[in-house]
Design a binder for this molecule. Structure first.
Ligand code: ADP
Ligand code: MG
Ligand code: ZN
Length: 628
């Protein structure tokens, strides 16, 4: 694998420089032998002469061209043991040698060993040489790239962006809730393991499979699982990494990727976010993007370039198959599509099962209950949820994860971090009325999702929150349900108006109103749920490159447009009146609920319904899901 070699080489450059400086440092500190012979004790020159006169000096070694001496002396002062003592000699100590001779002292002069100079020379020659060699080596390698010469350094190489995993360690059992996709891929795995069975009868397996699905649904995981099950290497690159500033880089990366894959066949090539390169060509404002088109062309060429049975399978992932270039989807390329969707109840349960394997859950925690509370969660959301609750449990020093942590983690995943509780005061009271307004309207409407809890503890952007237990199927919603949601969303503002008067209503309802308007408009323009009739007035497959507002040019007359606005207005007005009526009629209950909410900060759905049922009859909700 030459890419890891290159990494090592690149890293060794700074290391070499560092070593060079350390080397120089060593040379300067190391240039005197005295330092090695050092004795800890020293004495003055005068003292030394005294010792000499007393005849206590036995041996003298001179260093540093006679500037330093290590003296071996023996005397009563020194505990009658021979000791080595260091003496700095004055620059002119003329008769010292004579004196030593006279006193019959054994003396010896040590010239400066000038090894250090030689070493310094070698070092100074060696390091620049090594540097030059290294750099030239790097250049030579990059010129070998298929991108050809003239490319600076290593841009053309796929750097670290091509990742190879010899063993992914992921198995099909790690991917849950996507049974159909797994079945599709079983065949691919068999092919990678035993290609003979297919080639014998002349069958060729698809070269490319396209995984389509929203983020976090396990596309990457699934691709890894295929490699893991088949026991083949896994090459991955992300489409956005192909698209670079420099023209031609992307194309050369594609070449490089396929070259490496061929050397390692059988294997899996995984191209994430293929829409980054694979969009329809020749689109977009200001013409096409040359770099992207070149890359895409290269990809198409490479996919045509290898035979069906070389054992390379290209798996690509995207969350928008509709914008891909048609050429990519032709037979012989990504002709198989596998959809991976947001999991349903059973899927979520299966995913929770996989991810709770290594977590210590309290025996009272029911995965079913969690799965029921999390419609719309992707696999990644669920994995994140369990991890968050494990972190919370660890923080509280519990020995297992309880339903409390799970609840907190769900809230956090949906609505963001919890803030500090509000201080008592008018604002808090107003927010309490607003939330209770949502909650009571939601509870009293037959078709509204049931309240799960009302809380005054801020979270994310919201200062208070009313949680509803969503029904399982969020894709098929009836007209009555949408209307109920609109009334419920207006309940907050309605309560503010009834309790505090028209002049006192706040900006707190801004978000609610946005949702209300969007729901009402869609009823009219998309779902044919207004007096205009069953007509779709919105172009759904708008051009992805122009941005929504530019693309969805009006395809109907001004008269119809006015009518749409009128319809939207009438829906919203009707719903608001309904909300006002409900608030006015139940004012007594609302006042009581607000008092409780301000005192307790949170009211659970069960308790909420219980209090209301003391005053009025609750509607029988068909979608009712018991609180977990
Ligand atoms: P995608 O590529 O579709 O955006 P990933 O495969 O990267 O999603 O998923 C991210 C993480 O979420 C995975 O590593 C895994 O932990 C978890 N996950 C997602 N889908 C599933 C699934 N179907 N089964 C188990 N875990 C999943
Ligand atoms: Mg992914
Ligand atoms: Zn609100």
């Amino acid at each position: 694998m030459n890419f890891s070699w290159k990494k090592i080489l690149l890293w060794s450059l700074p290391l070499l420089v560092v070593f060079f400086f350390i080397w120089q440092g060593l040379l300067t500190t190391n240039n005197s032998d005295v330092s090695q012979n050092i004795s800890s004790s020293r004495m003055t020159y005068g003292r030394f002469l005294e010792y000499l006169n007393m005849g206590w000096v036995k041996k003298v070694d001179l260093y540093d061209s006679g500037h330093t001496a290590i003296v071996e002396a023996l005397g009563p002062d020194l505990g009658n043991r021979v000791q080595k003592i260091r003496v700095e000699l004055p620059a002119s100590a003329p008769d010292l040698i004579n004196k030593l001779k006279q006193s019959n002292v054994d003396f010896d002069a040590h010239p400066n060993r000038n090894n250090s100079a030689i070493w310094g020379l070698i070092g100074n020659l060696f390091f620049p040489l090594a540097l030059v060699l290294l750099i030239s080596f790097l250049f030579r390698r990059s010129n070998n790239t298929p991108g050809g010469p003239g490319q600076a350094m290593s841009f053309g190489k796929s750097k670290a962006s091509v990742q190879m995993e010899a063993k992914t360690g992921v198995e099909f059992s790690d991917v849950a809730g996507v049974e159909e996709a797994k079945e599709e891929f079983q065949e691919v795995v068999t092919f990678l393991k035993k290609p003979e069975a297919f080639t014998a009868v002349g069958a060729s397996i698809p070269k490319g499979v396209l995984l389509v699905g929203p983020p976090g649904t396990g596309k990457t995981l699934l691709a890894k699982a295929i490699a893991g099950e088949a026991g083949v290497p896994f090459f991955s690159i992300s489409g956005s990494e192909f698209v670079e500033m420099f023209v031609g880089v992307g194309a050369s990366r594609v070449r490089d990727l396929f070259k490496k894959a061929k050397e390692n066949a059988p294997c899996i090539i995984f191209i994430d976010e293929i829409d980054a390169v694979g969009r329809q060509r020749g689109t977009g404002i200001g013409g096409g993007n040359d770099e992207r088109e070149q890359t895409l062309n290269q990809l198409l060429t490479e996919m045509d370039g290898f035979e069906g049975n070389t054992g390379i399978i290209v798996i690509a992932a995207t969350n928008r198959a509709d914008i891909l270039d048609a050429a990519l989807l032709r037979p012989g390329r990504f002709d198989r599509q596998v959809t991976v969707d947001i999991p349903d109840f059973n899927g979520r349960l299966a995913i929770l099962n996989v991810h709770s394997r290594n977590k210590l859950l309290n025996s009272q925690v029911s995965l079913k209950a969690i799965a029921r509370r999390t419609p719309g969660f992707s696999g990644a959301d669920l994995a994140n949820l369990l991890n968050e609750s494990a972190i919370l449990a660890a923080r509280e020093r519990k020995d297992s994860i309880t339903i409390l942590e799970i609840d907190k983690a769900i809230d956090r995943v949906i609505a963001g971090m919890e803030g500090l509780p509000l201080v008592d005061g008018k604002t808090k009271r107003l927010i309490a009325y607003h939330e209770v307004g949502h909650a009571i309207v939601g509870t009293l409407l037959k078709h509204h999702d049931p309240v799960q809890k009302v809380t005054l503890i801020p979270r994310g952007q919201a200062r208070g929150l009313t949680w509803f237990t969503p029904s399982e199927d969020q894709t098929l919603i009836s007209r009555a349900q949408i209307l109920a949601r609109i009334v419920g969303a207006l309940g907050g503002r309605a309560a503010e108006e009834v309790v505090f008067g028209e002049a006192e209503v706040t900006t707190g309802a801004g978000n609610d109103l946005q949702q209300v308007t969007s729901m009402a408009r869609q009823m009219v323009t998309r779902f044919g749920m207004s007096d205009i009739g069953p007509i779709s007035l919105e172009n759904q497959s708008s051009d992805p490159f122009l941005g929504r507002s530019m693309a969805s040019g009006l395809e109907y007359s001004d008269g119809v447009a006015t009518n749409v606005d009128l319809q939207v207005e009438s829906i919203v007005q009707n719903c608001y009146q309904q909300a006002l009526q409900l608030i006015i009629k139940n004012r007594v209950i609302i006042d009581r609920l607000v008092d409780i909410l301000i005192e307790k900060e949170t009211i659970e759905g069960e308790e909420f319904r219980h209090i209301i049922s003391e005053y009025t009859k609750l509607p029988q909700k068909e979608l009712y899901i018991s609180h977990c």
